[in-house]
Design a protein around this ligand. Structure first.
Ligand SMILES: [Mn+2]
Length: 202
């Protein structure tokens, strides 16, 4: 449920419940330039049925949006494309009554510049060659939302960093697993953290 709060920063839980999601929004820097990448993973390695439906919907919206990262396209276009897909998906799942319904489940835009800063200044007119812009749709269904409670507490965002080129969009962060299937497969692999022991903290 904390993942439904944008930029939740009290990262002090020592135990993540078995069927919970972990949403990580990371602005890693390299040689003075910053990335801004978000992944949402199931704590126990497997999405629940409801989590997977929402995850795959966000992914579908993101992919369709990324395809519009072309020189000359209006920078508001990917957001509009993602919003349309998410509205239809939420209606199909019965979370909203119709795709024209007003709702609060996707309360932010999808696209901002990155560069020296994680939210870099720049114009928002049309995509130009060499721009690097995020694509980050999300769906957040906090506890108490006006829908079946089986959806409550699901907060999912997928964010990638897209380079605009003459040959179309290049996803610079694609190596971090993006589909629900790739995430579940990656979580089955051995991890360097498997043998990590937290030092006694108190
Ligand atoms: Mn971002």
């Amino acid at each position: 449920n904390n993942g439904c709060i944008l930029h939740y920063v009290d990262n002090n839980k020592t135990h993540i419940g078995d069927s919970n999601l972990i949403l990580m929004d990371l602005g890693a820097e390299y040689h003075g330039y910053t990335a801004d990448v978000t992944r949402t993973i199931p704590a126990n390695g497997k999405f629940t049925a409801e989590q997977k439906l929402i995850y795959d919907l966000v992914y579908k919206a993101q992919e369709a949006g990324i395809a519009a990262y072309k020189i000359g396209t209006k920078m508001s276009e990917p957001n509009a494309i993602a919003r349309k897909i998410i509205n239809k998906g939420l209606a199909d799942l019965g979370i909203i009554a119709s795709e024209k319904d007003r709702h609060n489940y996707f309360p932010h835009g999808t696209s901002h510049h990155i560069g020296l800063d994680v939210h870099d200044p720049g114009n928002y007119n049309k995509f130009e060659e060499h721009m690097v812009v995020t694509m980050e749709p999300g769906i957040y269904i906090p506890e108490g939302s006006p829908c079946d409670e089986k959806w409550w507490g699901i907060g999912i965002r997928i964010e990638d960093d897209i380079l605009i080129t003459k040959n179309g969009p290049v996803n610079l962060s694609a190596m971090a697993p993006r589909t629900s299937e790739a995430i579940e497969a990656a979580m089955k692999l051995p991890s360097v953290l498997d043998n990590f022991k937290l030092p006694k903290l108190d």
